[in-house]
Design a protein around this ligand. Structure first.
Ligand SMILES: NC(=O)c1ccc[n+]([C@@H]2O[C@H](COP(=O)([O-])OP(=O)(O)OC[C@H]3O[C@@H](n4cnc5c(N)ncnc54)[C@H](OP(=O)(O)O)[C@@H]3O)[C@@H](O)[C@H]2O)c1
Length: 334
């Protein structure tokens, strides 16, 4: 476990990085993205922060909060329903119109529900679209800007990281149905969680090779009090589990640490980093990492190794690009 003292000591060094770092918080109007954006603003110089979500009032409140913490921050709200990939494309177009580089893509978009399949007009399940397909589309679209950040002439401005908060373990401890990745025929809440997690894991494994100057992190945040616990039964569950939960500020601090610490280095730079950790495939510094809430890496599993041996990385990315083609390039549905 990374101690909170180490987390704080590292975060305090971030002011020595270049000013104007760019961070996109997808799901920035609530919860873990909100808490992390606060710490990002507190610990960096003149940050450019983008909050992506739907709730204008929450965005206005968080913008004011960020500005009060760091008056040199630039904060922009991008109002989009990113359960639709075509709206993800619009969000990315807006970002690309304003920024040439992105240092951090931080994604928490989603919600908890026990409801069954609920198709969007693009033919994907709504929750599944948020937990995986929208995140994959953001990664795909913004990878060139993350790569550009990694190649900045100023070595203090080369942070380049993608961070997805969900749960990597679900996708490597349960069976994956290769014949129905989007769960058109085999949808259940459990399968949706397993597939969303596995697809996220292997997308990152793929992208870490394609974009070796960027590191990719998939993390389980622990229990954190957020709006995800909005329903009555979840509120009750949080109350019961509160002795085991991570404090909101600590969650933000720990996420900022994991989103910036050199030990989770991109593949291309890992050799030069002392203390670099094992990647999700068990290879030190492979550029894609599975983390627990406390910064510890999660090892691969027999199931994940088997999926890897069966070509999951290529198969699942081929599926993902097929979804992108049908929805984003052809304007249809999957
Ligand atoms: N909190 C926990 O204890 C916990 C535990 C394990 C895993 N997780 C996972 O961690 C992630 C983050 O959770 P959280 O607790 O921070 O959640 P949260 O407080 O509910 O925040 C979710 C964010 O997603 C945005 N969002 C939802 N639907 C959207 C849509 N269609 N388009 C655009 N934005 C949308 C919401 O913004 P708008 O309302 O503005 O749209 C909000 O900003 C989730 O994937 C969750 O499953 C959380």
């Amino acid at each position: 476990m990374v101690s909170l003292a180490d987390v704080r000591a590292h975060n305090a060094t971030l002011k020595s990085l270049a000013p104007n770092l760019v961070a996109i918080f997808v799901g920035g109007t609530s919860g873990i993205s909100h808490y992390t954006a606060l710490e990002f603003a507190r610990n960096t110089r003149s940050p450019h922060i983008y909050l992506v979500g739907r709730n204008q009032t929450a965005a206005a409140n968080i913008t004011a909060e960020l500005k009060s913490i760091n008056s040199s921050s630039t904060v922009e709200f991008i109002k989009k329903d990113v359960s639709l990939l075509r709206q993800v494309d619009e969000a990315c177009k807006e970002i690309k119109g304003k920024e040439k580089k992105v240092n951090l893509l931080f994604m928490t978009v989603g919600y908890l529900t026990l409801k069954g399949r609920n198709e969007t007009e693009e033919g994907l399940d709504h929750k599944f679209a948020l937990n995986y397909y929208a995140r994959a589309r953001f990664m795909h679209n913004l990878a060139p800007l993350l790569d550009a950040a990694a190649k900045d002439d100023d070595s203090k401005a080369t942070l380049s990281r993608v961070f997805s908060v969900y749960d990597p373990a679900l996708g490597k401890n349960r069976d994956f149905n290769f014949s129905d990745p989007s769960l058109k025929e085999n949808f259940s809440v459990r399968n949706c969680a397993t597939h969303g997690s596995a697809l996220g894991n292997f997308a990152m494994e793929h992208l870490a090779k394609q974009w070796p100057n960027t590191s990719f992190i998939h993390e389980m945040p622990g229990i954190v009090e957020t709006r995800a616990g909005g329903s009555l039964w979840l509120k009750a569950l949080y109350t019961v589990l509160s002795p085991f939960s991570v404090d909101k500020k600590e969650s933000g601090e720990r996420h900022l640490f994991a989103a910036t610490a050199p030990r989770y280095a991109p593949r291309a730079k890992a050799d030069s980093v002392e203390g670099v950790v094992d990647g999700a495939d068990g290879i030190k510094g492979s550029g894609h990492y599975h983390l627990s809430w406390n910064g510890e890496t999660q090892a691969s599993t027999k199931r994940a190794d088997k999926m890897r041996a069966e070509g999951a990385e290529a198969k699942l990315w081929t599926h993902t690009t097929e979804v992108f083609r049908k929805i984003c390039e052809e304007g249809g549905k999957y």
